[in-house]
Design a protein around this ligand. Sequence first.
Ligand code: ADP
Ligand code: MG
Length: 307
Amino acid sequence: MIALSINAVHKQFPGVKALNGIELSVKQGEFFGLLGPNGAGKSTLINIIAGLTKADSGTISVMGYDVTTHFREARKNLGIVPQELVFDPYLTVREAIRIQAGYYGVGKEGYRWIDEIIDELMLSDKANTNMRALSGGMKRRVLVAQALAHKPPLIVLDEPTAGVDVELRRSLWAFIKRLHKEGSTVILTTHYLEEAESFCDRIGIINHGELIALDSTANLIAGGIASMSRLRISTTNSEHTLPDAVKHLLIDSTNKNELVFEFNRSQYSVLNIIDALRASNIAITDIHTEHADLEDVFLSLTSNTKT
Ligand code: ADP
Ligand code: MG
């Protein structure tokens, strides 16, 4: 079963092509990460999924319901935590969450679940406080609670931890992980690559409105750019002649006592390089290796593209 299906979605704002033919499916039960630099089009896509913005062309369905022709059904299956904090300042925390749930037909029978969410998100002390009196981090918790109050099978979080303290990040992730374990599909956009790396099964990278990478998190890290390694070797020889076998891998020798090599792990190993250096009587005093991670993949994919 497909939880979210996005087909050839385009969106033009005055002077900006925000989305340029996005194609993406997320299966039920997946934990999916949508990454991309500021202005890439992530929130525009999420707003279209939520029915807040209209696409110029293309279709989106949530749990099989088209978000334009079957808006109510689609919306009922969806819990969205928007990037922007928008609230009625005069409602208390509990009222804000109950009213939101009411839009999706949740009445008194849902109050127990709402109190459980309030508890999980550590909002209990503030349940009767007016929204306008809350800090930004607390407001963010209420947004999350509102998105989850009608128990939607698909949860979409747009930068839920941007500018949020460590404590909330931890409690938020514990709760989201629990819901995922219990069967929810989760889609997350984030700037924090470590979060995506540790939680997401699959990652899409969006840049200038186009999906430029889509793969399992493991493949993204293991394949392509991420299979590059860097090897720093400290040596006591200040004059050395590098063997031909590794000469072309040298990327930096500005520091006389340090050689920096960059190589693809599918073609070379650290041992190959060290053996070649030893064979040429280069004395090695220290070795340091660095492997590319998701951050490197992200940077190299999003850096030298058109602006
Ligand atoms: P992200 O969430 O990835 O940071 P957005 O989807 O917010 O990116 O923005 C994508 C692009 O569309 C940006 O260039 C942004 O300035 C532009 N944009 C977003 N919303 C609007 C709007 N309502 N009117 C005009 N331009 C917009
Ligand atoms: Mg955004």
